[in-house]
Design a protein around this ligand. Structure first.
Ligand SMILES: Cc1cc2nc3c(=O)[nH]c(=O)nc-3n(C[C@H](O)[C@H](O)[C@H](O)COP(=O)(O)OP(=O)(O)OC[C@H]3O[C@@H](n4cnc5c(N)ncnc54)[C@H](O)[C@@H]3O)c2cc1C
Length: 446
């Protein structure tokens, strides 16, 4: 099978990349003939977390092949929200998995939030964690709907969210946009590229080989007589491996078509303001990360140097930094009109790998290929959980993996699926807009 990986290069550097500078670990390509017990394809958080979970279980001789540098994909360029759940909305998780399994599956992501936090401390990763946590702010000023949502989460999934009334919410976010909010206990936000970088250094320190600028262009099963079950071709090198774990997210759809055809690469965008100084403390005084109750929500958070990191939009297009600045600016001033004169400096985007059912693909296919991919727009905790689940299965405890069997690779529709995804996004955007209008006229009448 050959690879036609979407280039991990996205026009423009992220603020994370620029700020990390020389502290970023640099990984070199494989050369010549190599052999490893386990090879992980993809150096995002799914690949790195799986490697770390294997190291913790005493597995040796692990290598990671990354097309660019670790974190060049979604994992090093995202919003930095670490919170529970999957891309599949919680309500749908409950409907699809049933009460018992849904509770388990959701609990594992909450545990993964704590596990990421634990790893930061345990490995002394300098990734600027902010424990103020994540607020879900109500765009529609509809307390009854927000309360009903919180009650449902608690009843169905055992997922407790703290109520933040409108008055208190106004103290946490100085914007008239929102009504009340929900706070997720234990959630936090951090610099994802720094976290990736810390994991890379920890893995290298424990003997894991990480090949950078090393795209796997061909992956084949091997006759047993040649030793090792798999052959990987990276152009400059050949690698033989006993086990292969594919974690290429939204950055490859061709290397292993059975999986790749079920992944739809979807873009989302992020930008940062210059440091805002005291104004930042005025806008978000307690330092929360914030997203809102619309389908097409904004997501934003303050950075330690008083910049505001602002994210939003979903698209099938890779936009230029100029275009991203322009679209995100419109969103920013709807929430913080006082920032009308502030221009974003860095602006970038990244590819999320979406499956049709919106759940990640975690498992082993009929040819023996392990995989953890398709985490969509909600990946910091679930990739960490997936790493644990795959490592458990590879070391003889496959029970948790079995719960993911329900979500198999399903063709994502190719170009038609992409157009469909864009159309769905616009339709849901319109629905949000109409709900917003009716909330506004309700407020005027009151
Ligand atoms: C802009 C943005 C904001 C987001 N915000 C959040 C957030 O705040 N919180 C949250 O939980 N989630 C967020 N997400 C989603 C989250 O980032 C992803 O779900 C998660 O990072 C996926 O991790 P991954 O390891 O599966 O994929 P990736 O991080 O994309 O890693 C895949 C890697 O595979 C490599 N690769 C691809 N093909 C090959 C090949 N043939 N050979 C070798 N290597 C290859 C790529 O270069 C890439 O580095 C966001 C995503 C984006 C894009």
């Amino acid at each position: 099978m050959t690879s036609d990986a979407i280039s991990s290069a996205w026009p423009g550097f992220s603020h994370y990349q620029t700020a990390l500078g020389d502290e970023r670990a640099h990984c070199f390509p494989a050369q010549g003939a190599n052999r490893h017990q386990i090879v992980i394809i993809g150096g995002g958080l799914a690949g790195l977390s799986t490697a770390w979970s294997l190291v913790e279980r005493g597995v040796e001789d692990i290598a990671i092949c990354e097309a660019g540098q670790p974190g060049d994909g979604a994992s090093g360029r995202n919003g930095g929200f670490v919170f529970a759940g999957y891309s599949l909305p919680n309500q749908k998780l409950f409907e699809q998995a049933g009460p018992e399994a849904a509770r388990e599956l959701h609990r594992w992501t909450r545990e993964a939030v704590s596990l990421v936090r634990h790893r930061i401390d345990h490995l002394a990763i300098d990734c600027q964690p902010n424990d103020a946590g994540v607020l879900l702010a109500d765009w529609f000023h509809d307390d009854a709907a927000l309360k009903a949502f919180a009650d449902t989460m608690s009843e169905q999934l055992g997922f407790s969210l703290d109520w933040v009334g409108a008055e208190k919410c106004a103290q946490y976010i100085h914007s008239e946009r929102y009504g009340s909010a929900l706070h997720e206990p234990g959630s936090f936000h951090f610099n994802p590229l720094r976290y990736v970088n810390g994991l890379v250094k920890a893995l290298q320190g424990h003997g894991v080989t990480i090949y950078g600028n090393c795209p796997v262009t061909k992956l084949e099963t091997n006759p047993k007589s040649q030793g090792g079950s798999w052959s990987l071709d990276t152009g400059d090198a050949k690698i033989i491996a006993d086990q292969v774990i594919l974690t290429t997210g939204g950055y490859d759809t061709r290397l292993w078509p059975k999986l790749g055809r079920s992944i739809q690469p979807i873009a989302t965008y992020v930008a940062t303001t210059p440091p805002l100084g005291e104004q930042m403390g005025h806008l978000i005084p307690r330092g929360h990360a914030i997203y809102d109750t619309r389908f097409a929500f904004d997501y934003y958070r303050p950075l330690p140097d008083t910049r505001l990191l602002w994210g939003g939009r979903i698209s099938i297009k890779a936009r230029s930094p100029e275009a991203i600045r322009a679209v995100l600016k419109k969103d920013l001033i709807k929430v913080f009109p006082d920032l009308a004169d502030v221009e974003f400096d860095h602006a970038w985007g990244g590819w999320m790998g979406y499956t049709r059912h919106q759940m990640p693909l975690i498992g082993q296919d009929s040819s023996g290929l392990w995989h953890a991919t398709g985490f969509g727009g909600h990946g910091m905790a679930p990739t960490t959980m997936a790493g644990e689940v795959i490592a458990e299965a590879l070391t003889g405890t496959p029970e948790r993996l079995a719960l993911f069997k329900q979500w198999q690779p399903v063709w994502a529709g190719g170009p038609v699926g992409r157009a469909w995804a864009q159309g769905t996004y616009w339709a849901l955007n319109l629905k949000d807009y109409l709900r917003d209008r009716s909330a506004l006229s309700r407020a005027r009448r009151a």
